[in-house]
Write a protein that binds this ligand. Structure first.
Ligand SMILES: O=C(O)CCCC[C@@H]1SC[C@@H]2NC(=O)N[C@@H]21
Length: 276
């Protein structure tokens, strides 16, 4: 697989380290950060054999899927950095909409619009769905480095050629959706879309616009959700995201609960168990 940066990403000074196969692009990015890499580095592959997902899960990247990690290094505030997951989700959905316009009704930041069909949707906190099934996952990691700077690694996994097997959620891939694109094309579009969305975010100053655009593509907004928060299940209506990126759930008891981390299930999902 040949990977190249998009033209806008190259012009903005991003660099690329591409691998035919690697354990985990997130691990490689963190190793490079510890060795003094200045950041703005994409580590990409079309095969991972030790890919990691959120919550300590494994992430499958069979040959032909995309594993990409963006390393940023700087004096970043962790609270602002947490919102980069939303920026990445928007960038990825912009990129996917360019590659598969028939699946998008979303309007990209530059005004490009495409008609009809299934939407790429963003599922809180960091998934991209197509037709209600998980197409991509995003994971943020950070590490304090000497000199008061922080390494932030944004890991993005896209099911391009194949969806994962034996996962406890509906999953899909671009191939399953009938979209002929390879991991290199998805990456080039993603790297360019990132430049545009990162400029919108503007060090956290553009967070209100990012949040509004994210909500515009949110899956399940206004519908019933059951959110697993540790041992507790919160049930209610997915009302909004608050300014800190927490999921706000309105319960039947009239409470508004802000959730910083949890696992969202759409609908009432009786199998999740006890309500609180
Ligand atoms: O659990 C999730 O949904 C997040 C998955 C993130 C997977 C990506 S693939 C590229 C990068 N390298 C990894 O080991 N994980 C992330």
């Amino acid at each position: 697989m040949r990977f190249v940066l998009g033209a806008a990403a190259a012009a903005a000074g991003y660099r690329l380290a591409a691998f035919d196969s690697i354990g985990s692009t997130n691990d490689e990015a963190l190793v490079r950060a510890r060795a003094g890499d200045p950041g703005r580095l994409w580590v990409v592959t079309a095969h991972q054999w030790k890919g990691r997902g959120r919550r300590g899960r494994t992430w499958q990247t069979p040959v032909g899927n995309l594993g990409a990690s963006l390393l940023l290094v700087g004096p970043v505030q962790i609270a602002a950095a947490a919102s980069l997951g939303f920026v990445a989700g928007l960038a990825l959905s912009d990129a996917l909409s360019r590659i598969a316009p028939r699946l998008s009704t979303a309007t990209a930041l530059d005004g490009a619009e495409a008609p009809g069909g299934t939407r790429f949707e963003l599922k809180w906190p960091n998934d991209v769905l197509a037709g209600g099934a998980k197409l991509a996952g995003i994971m943020l990691e950070s590490e304090a480095l000497p000199g008061g700077v922080t390494a932030i690694v944004i890991g993005i996994g896209v099911n391009v050629a194949a969806s994962p097997v034996d996962v406890p959620y509906p999953a899909t891939s671009l191939a399953d959706l009938g979209i002929e694109a390879d991991a290199g094309a998805v990456f080039a579009a993603l790297s360019d879309a990132w430049v545009v969305r990162h400029a919108q975010w503007d060090g956290g100053r553009g967070l209100a616009a990012v949040r509004a655009d994210w909500l515009d593509r949110a899956a399940g907004l206004g519908g019933s959700v059951a959110v697993r928060v540790g041992e507790r299940i919160v049930r209610g209506t997915f009302e909004t995201l608050n300014e800190d990126g927490c999921l706000v759930v309105a319960t039947e008891a009239g409470e508004r609960i802000s959730i910083a981390a949890g696992e969202v299930h759409f609908g009432t999902v009786a199998s999740l168990g006890t309500t609180s």
